[in-house]
Design a protein around this ligand. Structure first.
Ligand code: GLV
Length: 312
C-alpha cells in the first residue's frame, strides 16, 4: 500500500515520477495550513512552520524532510520528542548560495544596481571619472560570521579576488585556513577589521540579532554587510539607520525577518541591494534539494537511516 505523504506543491515540477514511487502524495500549497491526518512524511518549504501543534495533528508522522539547509522553521526538539526524524538539504546548495553572496558583495562594492537604474532611466549623461566610484576588493578584508560549508565556500572565492579572510566559528577549521589563508578571530575583531562582513550562521538563540545597533557601531566605517543566511540575525531598524546615516558602505541582503514582508525603512535605505531569498535558486541546486528531501523520505519509510539528518 502506498504511503500517504504531504509534499509542498511548489516542488511538483522539480520531482520526477520515479522519486514518488510508493507514495500517495497530497500536494500542499504554501498558503494552506498543514492538515491533520495519517500522513507518514511531510516535505515542507522553509516558509512553513512545523511546530508542536502541527506535529501533534500528524500522529503517524515519521519524517519532516525540510527542503532547505536551514531548519529553523521546524521545532526540532518537539520532533525529536515525538521520534520524528528531521532532515535538511546540505551541500547541494553550497555553491549556488556562495555565488549569490558574491553577487551581493560585487553589487554593493561596484554600485551595480544604481548603475543599471541610471542607464535604464535614460538619465546617464556620459563617462565621468568619478561616476559611481566603488570599492576595490584587492587587499581588503572579508569577515565571515560562521564558517560552515557556505561560509567556507564564500571564503575560498575571496582568494582570487586578493582578499584577506577572517572568520569566527565555534571550532577552528584547519583545512579551510590552509586553502584560503583565513584566520580565526574573536567576533569583536571581525566587526572591527572587516571591509566586507558576510553572515553564514544558522538562526539559533545565540545568533539572533547579532547585528544590532551596538555591533553595527563597532563595524568599520564604510564596510559592506552581506546576509544570505537568515533575516533574524540582523536588527533591521538598526541596519536601516546605519545605512541612512552613511555609516555603512552598503548592505546586500537576500533574507529578512518577516519574509516576504521587508521592513519599509530597509526598502527605502540608501545603498541596500535587496534580493528575494534566492540564495539557492539555480535549477541544479533546487532539483537536487527536492531530490535529497525525497531520498530522505524514501529511506526513512523503508526503515533505513536518513541521508542528511539534522539530529541523532
Ligand atoms: C535557504 O535559505 C535554505 O536554508 O536552504
Amino acid at each position: 500500500m502506498a504511503h500517504p505523504v504531504l509534499i509542498a506543491a511548489e516542488l511538483q515540477r522539480l520531482l520526477a515520477p520515479e522519486q514518488l514511487v510508493g507514495l500517495d502524495v497530497t500536494w500542499l500549497p504554501t498558503d494552506q495550513p498543514t492538515p491533520a491526518g495519517d500522513y507518514v512524511a511531510l516535505v515542507p518549504l522553509l516558509s512553513r512552520w512545523v511546530g508542536g501543534s502541527e506535529l501533534k495533528r500528524l500522529p503517524k508522522l515519521k519524517i519532516v524532510a525540510n527542503c532547505a539547509v536551514g531548519h529553523d522553521n521546524v521545532d526540532v526538539v518537539a520532533a525529536e520528542m515525538r521520534r520524528v526524524t528531521v532532515t535538511n538539504t546540505p551541500d547541494v546548495l553550497t555553491d549556488a548560495t556562495a555565488d549569490l553572496a558574491w553577487a551581493l558583495i560585487l553589487a554593493c562594492a561596484r554600485h551595480v544596481v544604481p548603475g543599471t537604474e541610471l542607464v535604464k532611466s535614460g538619465s546617464w549623461t556620459g563617462w565621468h571619472p568619478e561616476l559611481l566610484l566603488g570599492i576595490e576588493l584587492r587587499g581588503r578584508t572579508l569577515g565571515l560570521f560562521g564558517a560552515g560549508r557556505i561560509g567556507q565556500a564564500v571564503g575560498r572565492r575571496a582568494v582570487p579576488f586578493g582578499m584577506r579572510v577572517l572568520y569566527t566559528a565555534r571550532n577552528p577549521r584547519p583545512d579551510f585556513e590552509r586553502e584560503s589563508g583565513a584566520i580565526r578571530v574573536e567576533f569583536s575583531r571581525l566587526l572591527k577589521d572587516s571591509d566586507v562582513l558576510s553572515l553564514h550562521a544558522p538562526s539559533v538563540p545565540e545568533t539572533k540579532g547579532i547585528i544590532n545597533a551596538d555591533t553595527l557601531r563597532q563595524m568599520k566605517p564604510g564596510a559592506l554587510l552581506i546576509n544570505t543566511a537568515r533575516g533574524d540575525l540582523i536588527r533591521e531598524e538598526a541596519l536601516a539607520q546605519a545605512l541612512e546615516e552613511g555609516r555603512l558602505g552598503g548592505a546586500g541582503l537576500d533574507v529578512y525577518l518577516e519574509e516576504p514582508a521587508v521592513h519599509a525603512r530597509l526598502r527605502a535605505a540608501p545603498r541596500a541591494v535587496l534580493l528575494p531569498h534566492i540564495g539557492s535558486a539555480t535549477l541544479e541546486a533546487r532539483r537536487q534539494m527536492a531530490t535529497i528531501a525525497l531520498a530522505n523520505v524514501q529511506a526513512v519509510l523503508k526503515g533505513d537511516p536518513p541521508l542528511t539528518p539534522v539530529f541523532g
